[in-house]
Design a protein around this ligand. Sequence first.
Ligand SMILES: [Ca+2]
Ligand SMILES: [Ca+2]
Ligand SMILES: [Ca+2]
Length: 407
Amino acid sequence: MTALVKAVSGTLGNYDVSYTMVLKNTGNVDLRNLQLRDNLQTQFGSAFVSISGQPAISASTATTNPTLNGAYTGGSDNMFNGTSGVLKPGQTITVTLKVQVNPNAVGVVLPMNNQVTVIGAATDVNGLPILDPATSQPLTATDVSDSGTTPDGTNPGEPGDTGGPDDPTPLQVPSIDVVKSVVSLTKLPNSNYNVRYRLKVKNTGNTVLESITLVDDIATQLGSAYVSVSQAPMIIIANTSAATTPTLGSFPINVFNGTSGKLNHGDSVTVEFVIQINPDAVGAPSPMNNQATTGGIPTNGSAAPVGESNTGVPYVAGGVTDVSDSGTMTESTNPGQPGDMTPDDPTPVIIPSIDVAKQVTALVKAVSGIPGNYDVSYTMVLKNTGNVNLRNLQLRDNLQTQFGSAL
Ligand SMILES: [Ca+2]
Ligand SMILES: [Ca+2]
Ligand SMILES: [Ca+2]
């Protein structure tokens, strides 16, 4: 595997994986009618999405390159046309291939291992088949791939190496997702609000993640509107499935302590906290947005970081991160949720609030002249005490009911 990037298709959660395969004639006769077969549909199962880049020959010392199939499907078919290519002893061909996968597909079998098979027909220098003396059938040479870059070795230290020359190539796709939503808003006697936030962190890749971080610098982000923590973060056990639940940290800022927790593929942690805000505070941000950041270290499950997919260098803290999206669904852009544009939208606090005051400003004997009647002047002041615009205003005062016969 030579590169791992988010899929060009744009489908959330999908990746384009670039593979490089090196074929070498390690025998002592010519090989022709080359076949290169990699049944990705079978090996990857539900994680296989499509061939996003047809096989291509990127380097070659072959006498004659094989003709490419051009419409390889990733199934049982051959990447070459099957009737071409001349590979003399010691010659090599390098083939590239790009595959779109969804490592978090339902039913995916882990680890996502994969192996390609090469077949060549043994021929003499004139291109005629060499027959097996025992069976009189044409002789072929075949090999299944070893994970790594060297065709005629055991590739020690490469991902998945067991010391043998035929180790499958593992596909490791670390990914983490966090979503954040406001679950309730409670007006307090001092006109401030308690805002209950819910965050869900999920391992959306196919590796184990350890040392889970969840950073929410909400005091800084809400500025003057931030008052205090009303309820410290709490893990919502009923909505959590984690190999090891992260230990809580020093909040605000660190929801988790950052050095604990283990999430297997598909595991998630849900946490809630309540803060008090004053949306009317001078200089309060508008919109009142806030965003959290999560991260983890992809490991082998026993605290040893795995190699970074593109470089092989072991992951360090912060290697796999995500900023929160406004909403409740991971692996989604949360369409229809407040502020939705992308999978990484801040979560706004929306407070529709209006207050009205009413005062008697004058009382005089009625202009109508009827004895015992009075004209009362009222003044009413309306104020938008929330943080969103209000339209289609209504002002109702059922004086007939309230005053009855006195009106
Ligand atoms: Ca090996
Ligand atoms: Ca969104
Ligand atoms: Ca996100």
